[in-house]
Design a protein around this ligand. Structure first.
Ligand code: MN
Length: 481
């Protein structure tokens, strides 16, 4: 179970009675927040930190606990921050600084010197803020009374991002085939992405998967077909083509489980031994939280797995998508985003239909795929690019819309969206920022989630949205020079 360690700071200057109250308030606050986290994480209240040794011990405990996704700190009283230096230097978990108080209101008629000494986060949290800033530790600060909805919302956000970060650090990515020939933006520095995000991205021969495919039994295919027909509508009589995809998914399932892999890539240029490009097989895996990137795009495969983890427990859809084509009607510009086949069914607003249709590229058998119309609502589009000297995350606010008219001849699933603040600025900003044509779209996450992920991983972050202006375009353009 995901756990947040709660470290409350004080010192031994104020006497036992004060420290007893600090410990009791910490327990009460921890219990309250755990309830408000609604299963996202347990809150483990640690013994009050009153010296350097206690700090080191608590932070080591957090580091060594596999269930610990992050550390929350709060200074109930003043807590001289030199006692935090050595502990914080060892901290390996995401850090949240809750700048709050046990009391909401000042008791004007009763306040005395003891009360002021006991409840001095305004004093102690500034000292703590200084040392975290001085140590240059990326972290999140949430300020306000801990029972206020806004504060609770931010703590929940931290829990989601910290849990995703934890998953990121444990993520293994399998690359079947290499990067698509000649494509630049999908490539990247795998050593650096392992250092920064933890992604262990390794190459696997497709022949190994082909062997697994050949060993899948009819009974296993029958079971997978039963799953497909329970979730989706069969709109084809070419059942053998669908069974072929079911075989791929069963084989992929075994491969992923055996190698502890949470995300994978393939490429339509390297399908030697497979009759079809994995369509419904990849789509159904994405629906189960497995990251996917086509054309060898390991970055988007890993990022989609991480962002799907971040979105767990929230309303909305999250998954991989590719920018495809526009409706450039002036003032009403829209984008149609899709892929060859591999659009995650979490985006479906209509019950997905299983169809078997030809594919214009790839020279393979007609693949079975899920076709549906896309979901609607406010969302974000997120991508990660390798700038040579560093990674950059770009996050654009978008509005997913209903497709204006049916597209009876388009044989793939699709979503449609409107760019913000408008087409001209939104898409130009994306181009200036070097944004990829592969991204993760989410109606469950928002800019603040991605900004926090970028900050905690030390990644450059560029946001595009209603607050982006013409002047920002000039700045983005100048940033490339
Ligand atoms: Mn693509």
């Amino acid at each position: 179970m995901s756990t947040l360690y709660f470290l409350v700071g004080s010192q031994d200057l104020y006497g036992d009675e004060c420290l007893r109250q600090v410990a009791a308030d910490a327990v009460e606050m921890g219990k309250f927040l755990e309830g408000k986290l609604e299963g996202k994480a347990k809150v483990k209240v640690m013994p009050t930190i009153i010296n350097s040794e206690a700090c080191i011990e608590n932070i080591r405990a957090a580091n060594c606990d596999e269930d610990c996704i992050g550390v929350m700190c709060w200074m109930h009283t003043f807590s001289p921050a030199k006692m935090w230096i050595k502990g914080l230097q060892e901290l390996r978990k995401p850090l949240l600084h809750i700048h709050t108080q046990a009391n909401e209101f000042l008791p004007y008629d009763k306040i005395d010197y003891d009360f002021m000494n006991l409840n001095q986060a305004a004093h102690g949290d500034r000292e703590f803020g200084f040392i975290v800033a001085r140590l240059r530790i990326p972290h999140h600060v949430v300020a306000g009374y801990y029972k206020h909805e806004r504060v609770i919302r931010e703590i929940k956000r931290f829990a989601d991002v910290a849990r995703a970060l934890c998953a990121s650090r444990h993520l293994k990515v399998a690359a079947f085939g290499n990067n698509m020939r000649e494509v630049a933006v999908t490539d990247g520095d795998r050593v650096e992405s392992q250092i920064r995000y933890g992604w262990e991205c390794n190459y696997f021969a497709l022949g190994g998967l082909v062997q697994l495919v050949s060993k899948v039994t009819d009974a296993e295919v029958d079971a997978k077909m039963a799953e497909y027909t329970s979730k989706y509508t069969m709109k084809t009589d070419r059942i053998e083509s669908v069974r072929e995809q079911a075989r791929y998914e069963v084989a992929l399932d075994k491969f992923l489980a055996y190698n502890h892999i949470g995300a994978f890539t393939d490429t339509f240029q390297d399908l030697y031994g497979l009759k079809q490009l994995p369509g419904i097989a990849a789509q159904n895996l994405m629906a189960r939280g497995i990251g996917f990137g086509p054309e060898g795009d390991y970055k988007i495969s890993a990022l989609s797995a991480v962002l799907m983890e971040m979105s767990k427990g929230r309303e909305g859809s999250t998954g991989f998508i590719e920018d495809y084509t526009y409706d450039l009607t002036e003032g009403k510009e829209l984008e149609l985003a899709s892929h060859m086949l591999e659009v995650p069914p979490s985006f479906a607003s209509t019950k997905p239909e299983i169809q078997v249709l030809p594919m214009g590229i790839g020279n393979k058998e007609d693949p079975a795929r899920l076709v549906f119309d896309g979901t609607q609502g406010d969302g974000i589009q997120v991508t990660l690019v390798d700038m040579g000297t560093h990674f950059r995350i770009i996050c654009a606010d978008i509005e997913l819309v209903k497709q204006p008219a049916p597209m009876p001849n388009l044989p793939v699933a699709r979503i449609m969206y409107r760019h913000k603040p408008n087409f001209a600025i939104g898409t130009a900003a994306w181009c200036y920022a070097g944004g990829a044509h592969h991204s993760v779209v989410s109606t469950a996450l928002c800019r603040a989630d991605i900004e926090l992920f970028a900050r905690l991983t030390g990644t450059e972050f560029i946001a595009i949205g209603d607050d982006t202006t013409e002047a920002d375009l000039s700045k983005l353009a100048a940033g490339n020079c």
